[in-house]
Design a binder for this molecule. Structure first.
Ligand code: SF4
Length: 82
């Protein structure tokens, strides 16, 4: 489960976030590009390829799309409990 205490610094404020690549729990983003290709309006890669939440989802459809990315992330780096 993603750790809200170790968010990527570029996440926009709100419940959704990606964790930092150096998350000591081993759940940091590994720059696999799953989320930023699956939901590019919401997840964007930084200069090093690590993702952060660019826009918070609000509608049920947007939330469902982001939830798909959360479940697809191979290292559980995406959280919705921030
Ligand atoms: S799916 Fe997870 S590991 Fe892959 S880029 Fe997104 S946050 Fe990073």
């Amino acid at each position: 489960m993603a750790q809200p205490g170790n968010k990527h610094p570029q996440n926009v404020p709100g419940p959704w976030y990606c964790t930092n690549s150096d998350d000591a729990s081993g759940e940091g983003c590994i720059a696999c590009s799953v989320c930023n290709t699956g939901a590019p309006d919401f997840f964007v890669a930084d200069d090093n390829g690590y993702s952060y939440v660019y826009k918070q989802p609000t509608t049920p459809e947007e939330i469902a799309l982001c939830q798909e990315q959360l479940e697809a992330c191979p290292v559980t780096s995406i959280g919705a409990n921030g």
